[in-house]
Design a protein around this ligand. Structure first.
Ligand SMILES: NC(=O)c1ccc[n+]([C@@H]2O[C@H](COP(=O)([O-])OP(=O)(O)OC[C@H]3O[C@@H](n4cnc5c(N)ncnc54)[C@H](O)[C@@H]3O)[C@@H](O)[C@H]2O)c1
Ligand SMILES: [Zn+2]
Length: 356
């Protein structure tokens, strides 16, 4: 069994990574002395694949499971679903010692976490992330929330789970495109923090793409370790945590310009990492290593001609992270090390957007 600890003093928690661990959830959470009623939040797609196994394990451990399903899709990560979940929790009389378990990707995890943060001013929360993106990114670090018609993730809270349980076996049913999108965030960790890990992703690409359990466990564990280290030092993004946004300034602008329809998040971030590397002072040799690794995982690396460059620039200038119109970027100095930079000349940005 592989474990990573997220050190946040009294809010510290463990991430357990294993092959087939889904069936042990009941035993894993016995230690917490939750009351017997537990809410399991999922969507119909994931529940059909893994829900009954999770319920069986919880029932065998003596828990009474209240199942709450929200339709599958980012469009349901909203205040309406939030209100529906709260209503179910109230109707089923979950109490202050009850826990919520999120079984699904980032959409379910973010939403269930925000419900846990606010139901009776906060009850315990467990994450069982089932997409690669959720396993290496969204389930760790405590950002929870829902979207509002006026902005994505605009309503939420920092709220840490009590445990993250990662079963690598669930990735077998994940559509390939979703898996590859998750790989973009994995590659990001190599570029921002660990050149050895970057090389590992290059050398072991075939095994990773074949879902070899040893390699999957390693890349998920290393990604979680890096995220945990960064989050432990800066839980609320006052400074260091911003390095996790490498590729995201451009990536978010691409997602906005294409109305969140054309690219999965990780795909937009892959393009963002390529363009932002172009903006950086990294050597030509390392720049090419980054581009070829991203391409080798079947991810896009450039902005298609039909996406309007002015829209991208405007979106970035109005981003909540820009200060008085100055766009902040996370830029690699070399593979494994980044810095946060503002004051970059607009002409240079426009040139980088044209990267081919
Ligand atoms: N909290 C954070 O720090 C953080 C970080 C990054 C992203 N996010 C959020 O995460 C969300 C995206 O998460 P996502 O990429 O996991 O998308 P998602 O939750 O929509 O899942 C993608 C698709 O895969 C399906 N699926 C999930 N697990 C499966 C499995 N094992 N087998 C088959 N199908 C499966 C889902 O039903 C869905 O259709 C966004 O809302 C984003 O804002 C949050
Ligand atoms: Zn991301």
């Amino acid at each position: 069994m592989n474990e990573v600890t997220v050190n946040l003093k009294e809010r510290s928690y463990k991430i357990i990574i294993d092959n087939g661990i889904l069936d042990s959830i009941g035993n894993e959470i016995k230690q917490f002395s939750f009351s017997s009623k537990i809410a399991l939040i999922s969507n119909p797609t994931v529940f059909a694949l893994y829900g009954e196994r999770v319920i069986k394990s919880l029932s065998n451990a003596g828990f009474d499971v209240i199942k709450i399903l929200i339709d599958d899709g980012e469009e349901y990560k909203n205040l309406h679903s939030y209100a529906y979940i709260q209503e179910q929790l109230l109707k089923n009389r979950l109490d202050r010692k009850s826990a919520i378990i999120a079984l699904g990707g980032g959409v379910i995890g973010d939403m269930a976490g925000f419900c846990a943060a606010t139901y009776m001013r906060g009850i315990s929360f467990i994450q069982i992330p089932t997409t690669l993106l959720a396993q290496v990114d969204s389930s760790v670090g405590g950002k929870t929330g829902v979207n509002h018609p006026l902005g994505k993730n605009m309503i939420g809270a920092f709220y840490q789970p009590k445990l993250v349980l990662i079963d690598i076996a669930v990735l077998k049913s994940l559509p390939k495109r979703e898996f590859l999108a998750g790989m973009a965030e994995v590659i990001k960790y190599g570029i921002i923090y660990d050149s050895g890990f970057f090389n590992y992703l290059k050398i072991n690409k075939d095994e990773i793409l074949n879902l070899n359990p040893i390699d999957l466990t390693h890349i998920i564990k290393r990604s979680c370790e890096i995220k945990a280290e960064v989050v432990s030092q800066d839980e609320r993004e006052a400074g260091l945590r911003a390095i996790l946004n490498f590729g995201h300034t451009i990536g978010h602008a691409i997602e906005t310009a294409t109305h969140y329809k054309r690219y999965l998040h990780g795909e937009a971030i892959a393009i963002g990492m390529c363009v932002e590397s172009k903006l950086s002072s990294i050597s030509d040799e390392e720049f090419h290593l980054i581009i070829s690794l991203i391409k080798s995982y079947g991810l896009p690396s450039e902005i298609p001609d039909d996406i309007n460059r002015d829209t991208i620039l405007t979106v970035m200038t109005h981003d909540k992270k820009a200060v008085s119109g100055d766009i902040k970027f996370v830029l690699p100095n070399k593979i494994g090390e980044v810095e946060i930079k503002g004051g970059i000349n607009k002409e240079k940005i426009i040139q980088a957007l044209e990267l081919k």
